[in-house]
Ligand binder design. Structure first.
Ligand code: C5P
Length: 406
C-alpha cells in the first residue's frame, strides 16, 4: 500500500507553464490513494483549465477567496486545517514572493498562512528569475519560516534556455511524498523539544547568554519529525531555520521557555530537553542601560527553574530525556542526573575545547535505568537520528511495561 493512502493533499497550482505537469501529478497522487484538493491561482488558470484538474482530482477546483457559496460548504480556514500537507507545484517566482511577504490576497496564499500542515514548494521559472537576488532572498525567508523546497531541477526550459528552474518531474515529487509520509517508529507520537541557549536580561541592552548553537536540538526535532512524530520545538535565540514540518516557538529567557513548555506538556508523549538553559538570572533587570561607574560591579543572580526536573516530576510525566554536558567523570555525573531528576533517559557528552557546543560533530553516551549505549562521534544530524531511534525503542518498551502492570 502507498504511504499516501488516505492522505489529504492540498495542491496549489500557480502561474507557470509547468502547470501542465500538475495534471499528471494529480493523477499519480489519486492512483496512490491520496485525496487531492486543487487550489488554482489566477496565474495558474492562464496555463491549465479547471475542468482538467477537476476531472483528475474528482473534486471541484478552488480558486476564489470570495466565492460565498463554496466558502459556505468548506471555508478557507477549514480547508487549511483539512490538509495533511500543502504542496505548491508549480510555484512561480511571484508566488514565492507573495509567500515570503506573508501576503493573503488570494485563496492559496491565505491557505498557506492559515495552515499548520507542512508547506512544500516545487518552484518553476526561468533560470535568470530563479537566480535573481530577490528570489534567493525570498527562498531564504521562506526556509527560515519552515517552508520546504523540492527542486527546481536543471535542464532545457520552455523559454528555450538551459539551466536550473524546471519543476521536478511528477514521478520525483511522488517519490518524495512517499518518503515524507513513510511511517516511522515515532508515528502518532507528539514530541516537545527545547533547544538553544537562553538569554537572561541584565538591562534593556545586555544579557547573560551561552555558546549553545542549537544545532543538536534542531537536529533532534528534525529527526523526530522524520521518524513520524508531531514535533514542537521551543527554541532560544539561534540563527537556524525551522526544520521541515516542525512547529517552532521562539523564546528568550529560561522563564519564558518554562512557560511555553508547561503550556504544552500535557499534550506531549516525549519531552527532550537539549536547551542550554541558564542556571541563574540577574535578580533584577535594570529598567535603563546601566552606566559605567565604580571600578567593581557585582551582579546579584538568582536560580532559574530547572525545566527538565519540573517536567519529570509532574504527576503524569511524558517520557523524559535530558542532556548532560560534563567536563569530567561523564558516566557518574550523568547517572546521578538521571536518578536525581527522575529521567527516563539521559544523553551525556564531554564538553571542553573542541568538543560540544559549537562543533558540527559530537559523540553521546546514552544511559537509562539498567542500561546504556555509546554513540561514536558523527555529525549531529546523524547522531540525533540514532538517539531518537533509541528513544523510540525505550518509549515503546516503557509503554509495554505500563500496559502489563495495569
Ligand atoms: O543539571 P544540568 O543543567 O546539567 O542538566 C542539563 C539538562 O537539564 C539538559 O537536558 C537541559 O536542557 C536541562 N535543563 C533545564 N532547565 C534548566 C537547566 C537545565 O531544562 N534550568
Amino acid at each position: 500500500m502507498s504511504n499516501l493512502d488516505g492522505k489529504r493533499l492540498l495542491l496549489g497550482v500557480s502561474g507557470s507553464v509547468a502547470a501542465y505537469k500538475s495534471a499528471i501529478l494529480v493523477r499519480l497522487l489519486r492512483q496512490a490513494g491520496a485525496e487531492v484538493q486543487v487550489v488554482l491561482t489566477e496565474g495558474g488558470s492562464r496555463f491549465i483549465g479547471e475542468a482538467t484538474l477537476q476531472a483528475l482530482s474528482g473534486r471541484p477546483v478552488r480558486s476564489d477567496l470570495w466565492d460565498a457559496a463554496v466558502e459556505a460548504a468548506m471555508g478557507h480556514i477549514e480547508l487549511a486545517r483539512w490538509a495533511d500537507l500543502v504542496l505548491i507545484a508549480p510555484a512561480s517566482a511571484n508566488l514565492l514572493s507573495a509567500l515570503a511577504q506573508g501576503r493573503a490576497d488570494d485563496l492559496l496564499t491565505t491557505l498557506c498562512l492559515a495552515t499548520r500542515a507542512p508547506v512544500v514548494v516545487a518552484p518553476a521559472m526561468n533560470r535568470a528569475m530563479w537566480e535573481h537576488p530577490a528570489t534567493r532572498r525570498n527562498r531564504a525567508l521562506l526556509e527560515a519560516d519552515g517552508v520546504t523546497f523540492w527542486g527546481p531541477s536543471t535542464g532545457p526550459q520552455a523559454c528555450g534556455e538551459e539551466g536550473v528552474g524546471r519543476m521536478e518531474a511528477p514521478e520525483q515529487i511522488l517519490e518524495r511524498l512517499e518518503r515524507h509520509f513513510a511511517p516511522g517508529p515515532l508515528a502518532g507520537l507528539r514530541l516537545l523539544v527545547t533547544a538553544g541557549p537562553t538569554r537572561e536580561a541584565v538591562d534593556p541592552v545586555r544579557f547573560i547568554g551561552n555558546r549553545s548553537s542549537g544545532r543538536m536540538g534542531y537536529a533532534v526535532a528534525r529527526a523526530a519529525r522524520e521518524l513520524g512524530a508531531k514535533v514542537t520545538l521551543v527554541s532560544g535565540p539561534v540563527s537556524l531555520p525551522t526544520p521541515e514540518g516542525v512547529e517552532r516557538v521562539m523564546v528568550e529567557s529560561a522563564r519564558q521557555m518554562e512557560g511555553e513548555v508547561l503550556a504544552r506538556i500535557e499534550q506531549c508523549d516525549i519531552f527532550v530537553a537539549t536547551a542550554a538553559v541558564a542556571d541563574y538570572r540577574p535578580r533584577e533587570i535594570a529598567p535603563q542601560k546601566i552606566k559605567k561607574g565604580e571600578e567593581r560591579m557585582e551582579l546579584a543572580l538568582v536560580r532559574n527553574p530547572d525545566i527538565l526536573a519540573e517536567v519529570a516530576s509532574l504527576p503524569d510525566p511524558p517520557f523524559t530525556v535530558g542532556f548532560a554536558a560534563e567536563s569530567e567523570a561523564l558516566e557518574d555525573h550523568a547517572r546521578q542526573k538521571l536518578r536525581n531528576k527522575r529521567l527516563d533517559m539521559i544523553a551525556a557528552n564531554l564538553v571542553g575545547p573542541g568538543r560540544g557546543f559549537e562543533e558540527e560533530e559530537n559523540s553521546l553516551k546514552i544511559l537509562w535505568n539498567g542500561g546504556g549505549v555509546d554513540l561514536p562521534r558523527v555529525r549531529k544530524e546523524l547522531l540525533a537520528r540514532r538517539l531518537l531511534e533509541i528513544v523510540a525503542e525505550r518509549y515503546h518498551e516503557k509503554q509495554k511495561h505500563k500496559a502489563q502492570g495495569a
